[in-house]
Design a protein around this ligand. Structure first.
Ligand SMILES: Cc1cc2nc3c(=O)[nH]c(=O)nc-3n(C[C@H](O)[C@H](O)[C@H](O)COP(=O)(O)OP(=O)(O)OC[C@H]3O[C@@H](n4cnc5c(N)ncnc54)[C@H](O)[C@@H]3O)c2cc1C
Length: 210
């Protein structure tokens, strides 16, 4: 009996798989390449909503968790997919400058909003009020991650390139049976493919809202 069947090898499925494997759990991952979000994403991460200078939900907790996980995977698979990329917010007025400094003083935002304005001149951009710099920003090249992680899962016999058939699940008190695989748990990480999942397709997943 394995611990987890995981449906989906996008960013969510990979994150779950890696944490499960690190906890010595036995897994089997299914992916049929039907949902391309993780492959085509810009992959940007930015802890601050730059319209109003407010914190993204649980930004610090997310960063404290995600960075070590990504760096661990990079080292383990000997690939690089996490790239730093500075984000500069053009400030449009003295008032916006003041708002920036005010926000940068807040304990939850001070690690992210640099208190020194960037006075760099970029050709063709008129910016007399300068730029605020956001710290801890960058992007993941998730295609690189998916390719490397798929190969890794294949090398440890934990990957099935196949469409998961929801009708083939049989439920028992302490496990499920999927074809000839017995598992204690099943994790659905199908991204937008969730709409085809008869157990969770009532969730309000909107294609343009993450
Ligand atoms: C154009 C674009 C740009 C984006 N830019 C950003 C950005 O800059 N920053 C950011 O944070 N987010 C961005 N996003 C959002 C981000 O890409 C997604 O939130 C994230 O990749 C979703 O990951 P996921 O693992 O949940 O789903 P997915 O990446 O969709 O992975 C789900 C996987 O499940 C598989 N699957 C589904 N159903 C089945 C089945 N029945 N059997 C087998 N396998 C199945 C699919 O093949 C797929 O590989 C962007 C999205 C798009 C589309």
């Amino acid at each position: 009996m394995i611990d987890y069947i995981i449906v989906g090898n996008g960013l969510a499925g990979i994150s779950f798989s890696e944490i499960a494997l690190n906890a010595n759990k036995k897994i089997l991952v299914f992916d049929n390449n039907s949902q391309p979000s993780s492959r085509v994403a810009g992959g940007l991460y930015n802890p601050v909503v730059l319209k109003r200078f407010s914190e993204v939900w649980k930004a610090k907790e997310q960063i404290d968790f995600a960075f070590p996980l990504y760096h661990h995977i990079q080292k383990k698979l000997n690939v690089t997919f996490d790239f730093e990329l500075p984000i500069l917010r053009k400030l449009y007025s003295i008032e916006e400058q003041n708002n920036w400094f005010h926000a940068a003083d807040k304990p939850n935002l001070s690690p992210f909003l640099d208190a020194t304005l960037v006075k760099k001149v970029f050709s063709n951009i008129d910016s007399p009020f300068h730029y605020g710099k956001v710290n801890h920003t960058g992007y993941l090249n998730i295609s690189i991650l998916i390719e490397a992680y798929s190969k890794y899962l294949q090398s440890i016999n934990c990957f099935s390139i196949d469409t998961f058939d929801y009708n083939a699940i049989e439920f028992f008190d302490d496990h499920i049976l999927y074809k000839n695989t017995k598992a204690k748990n099943i994790i659905f990480a199908e991204g937008f493919g969730l709409h085809a999942n008869p157990y969770f397709n009532d969730l309000p997943l909107d294609g343009t809202k993450g």
